[in-house]
Design a binder for this molecule. Structure first.
Ligand SMILES: *Cc1c(COP(=O)(O)O)cnc(C)c1O
Length: 387
């Protein structure tokens, strides 16, 4: 038998500390390893397989597009790209979409658009973007600079200049940093995902939104992880009753194919013009066809189910032995455990449940359509592992 783990260890770059599990197939919220062992997937590829593995409707949409046209250059019009952009704008009130292949690239796009907008409107000294401490915005040199966590920065100096970090939920700090630095934009995750599943406080988000509007500083939400139905709204900012100028998203948008999107509102819809930005693969027809299948099914009914399942997780785990706190919204959940999070995840894995971690928390990002009985079964295993 081919030892995939050994081959991977020898030939794949050493950047991932993989769990000792090789996954080969799946259906819905169940996945199987090479020995046929079944796992309930509570991570969905870090919030990517929005409707689980090999979802029938998604698969048909993808195969249909794959057999027509798998790629075409952005020099030409293609149907899935245009239809998906229309759908995203109609659902959010945003005006235009730039498609990318990943979350980091979606953030690169909103950062470029923010710099150009502020330079055009206010002058070249207005380039700084205020982000939050403990944030995560990606792994490129610029999105690392946007990420407000020192330990990601250390090895890769010098990073792109033009980012300052304010304390989350401290409006005065955001305001001071924005004014001192002639900020072009303020960029935040509504729920800090990699930072430990920590939601921003509603009053803080509202105050930042009002301030940004008044000062003509762009308000950007990084919805790479929180977007596409994850929190019980199509985008997490919708839980806060505020209107961003730009939104970046990726992860779950195409149900498991690489796609990111930068959504631009009224202020920035014409900021990027011909030749200002581009991508060879961005807006790939197969990825967009997958995304149309996903986004068209994130309706009120599904979102209500996401909220209800999130509540079920909170009700089951809050106050359980070994559980200190449960944070998050909808199906983006962090569990602060007495035991180290890594130990809990390992025990869950041994017992057939795949979970994630985020900082010191166990993190759950199951498929949006995970059946309640499957979720209940997974929660029993998680609860036992926490105790
Ligand atoms: C995952 C993530 C990113 C980076 O996305 P990639 O597709 O890995 O480039 C950026 N921002 C947030 C909030 C994320 O969770």
């Amino acid at each position: 038998m081919t030892d995939i783990k050994a081959i991977d260890k020898q030939y794949v770059a050493n950047t991932y500390a993989r769990f000792p599990v090789e996954l080969v197939s799946g259906k819905g919220s169940l996945v199987y390893d090479e020995k046929g062992k079944e796992y309930i997937d509570m991570g969905s590829g870090i919030g990517v397989t929005a409707f689980g593995t090999a979802d029938d409707e998604w698969q048909q949409a993808v195969i249909a597009q794959l057999s027509k046209l798998q790629h075409m250059s952005n020099l030409y019009y293609t149907q899935p790209c245009a239809i998906l952009a229309k759908m995203l704008c109609e659902e959010t009130g945003m005006k235009k979409v730039f498609f990318t292949n990943s979350g980091a690239e979606a953030n690169e796009c909103v950062i470029k658009a923010a710099r150009k907008y502020a330079c055009d409107k206010k002058g070249p000294e207005c380039y700084t973007i205020v982000t939050l401490e403990n944030s995560f915005h990606g792994r490129t040199i610029t999105t690392l600079a946007a990420t407000g966590q020192e330990h990601y920065h250390e090895l890769f100096q010098p990073l792109t200049p033009g980012f300052v970090y304010a304390k989350a939920n401290d409006f005065e700090d955001v305001k001071a940093k924005a004014l001192e630095n002639n900020a072009a934009a303020i960029m935040m995750e509504c729920i800090q995902g990699e930072g430990g599943v920590i939601p921003l406080e509603p009053d803080f988000v509202k105050a930042v939104a009002d301030f940004a509007k008044k000062e003509d500083i762009l308000l950007i939400f990084d919805e790479v992880q929180t977007g596409n139905g994850r929190t019980g709204e199509l985008y997490a900012y919708m839980n806060y009753g505020v209107e961003p100028d730009m939104v970046s998203t990726a992860k779950g948008i195409a149900g498991g194919l690489p796609l990111g999107a930068a959504l631009m509102g009224e202020k920035t819809e014409f900021t990027l013009g011909y030749g200002d930005h581009g991508s060879t693969f961005g807006g790939n027809p197969v990825s967009c066809a997958g995304a149309i299948s996903i986004i068209s099914r994130i309706d009120k009914k599904l979102l209500d189910e996401v909220k209800a399942k999130g509540q079920l997780i909170k009700d089951t785990l809050t106050g359980a032995p070994g559980v200190e706190a449960v944070t998050g919204m909808g199906l983006m959940v962090g569990i602060k455990t007495v035991k180290p999070a890594g130990d809990v995840v390992k025990e869950c894995m041994d017992n057939g449940v795949l979970c994630l971690t985020a900082k010191d928390k166990v993190r759950l990002l199951p498929a949006l359509n995970i059946p309640v009985d499957v979720l209940t079964k997974a929660l029993e295993v998680i609860k036992a592992a926490c105790a």
